[in-house]
Design a protein around this ligand. Structure first.
Ligand SMILES: [Zn+2]
Length: 230
């Protein structure tokens, strides 16, 4: 049963990786996709992924301390960032890292994306933050990514790309597409004027939807709202 589940999850990683490739969010050799197997283990794409040649046998099984389980390929050193997210956020079932073009452009400018569209709050959680610059492939980059994620499902990595997480692979793929779309729209709007941000008072219902359907931040970050009774 456990072996069947693992095999199924290997196929899930391949599907997710090929989806982000077909949507133009990564080129061969860049980006990575992982899914959680259980509390302490994940499956992740191998280093230098050739997306169309990927198959379940090439997917790497490892624990959250970074040890590879069984034989097979090695993961990208960027997996440290994935591990940091899984360790900090028990609800996260999938992490995607990509170098999509518009997010990468904003990452070079170290720009956050203010709340410019309603779907941003519903699916991603709000204002998208860019990290401080850190050395790629380090644990520090993972910590910096977590800080920028805050309660959100996506963040921009300074001079690098994007990190996205979700409660399922389908969520994380969808959020990756939405993030790139938002970055493109924001970039375009900046070319012709000063973008208007959506006022906070218009967003309460969207925030509720985010929290009930898509949020995967840890309990300690839950915001206690005043009910009027306390
Ligand atoms: Zn990268």
């Amino acid at each position: 049963m456990e072996i069947d589940k693992l095999e199924q999850l290997r196929k899930t990683v391949v599907r997710g990786a090929q989806e982000i490739y077909s949507k133009g969010l990564v080129e061969d050799g860049e980006g990575n996709v992982s899914v959680r197997v259980n509390k302490n283990e994940i499956l992740v794409t191998p280093t230098s992924t050739k997306y169309l040649l990927l198959n379940p046998d090439l997917i790497v099984h490892m624990d959250l301390d970074g040890n590879i389980i069984g034989s097979g390929r090695i993961p990208s050193t960027e997996v440290k960032m994935h591990l940091a997210v899984y360790k900090d956020r028990p609800k996260v079932k999938c992490v995607i890292h990509n170098h999509s073009s518009y997010v990468s452009m904003l990452s070079i400018l170290r720009k956050n994306i203010p709340i410019i569209m309603e779907q941003q709050l519903i699916f991603l959680g709000g204002l998208i933050q860019c990290t401080e610059i850190t050395e790629a492939h380090t644990e520090e980059m993972g910590l910096s990514a977590l800080k920028a994620l805050g309660r959100n499902n996506a963040a921009i990595l300074a001079n690098h790309g994007a990190i996205i997480c979700g409660k399922s692979l389908d969520h994380a793929v969808r959020f990756s597409v939405i993030l790139e779309k938002l970055a493109k729209v924001y970039w375009g709007a900046l070319q012709i004027g000063e973008p208007h941000v959506i006022p906070q008072e218009n967003l309460e219902e969207h925030e509720k939807m985010f929290n009930s359907l898509f949020a995967c931040y840890p309990k300690r970050l839950r915001v206690k709202r005043k009910t009027g009774r306390d």
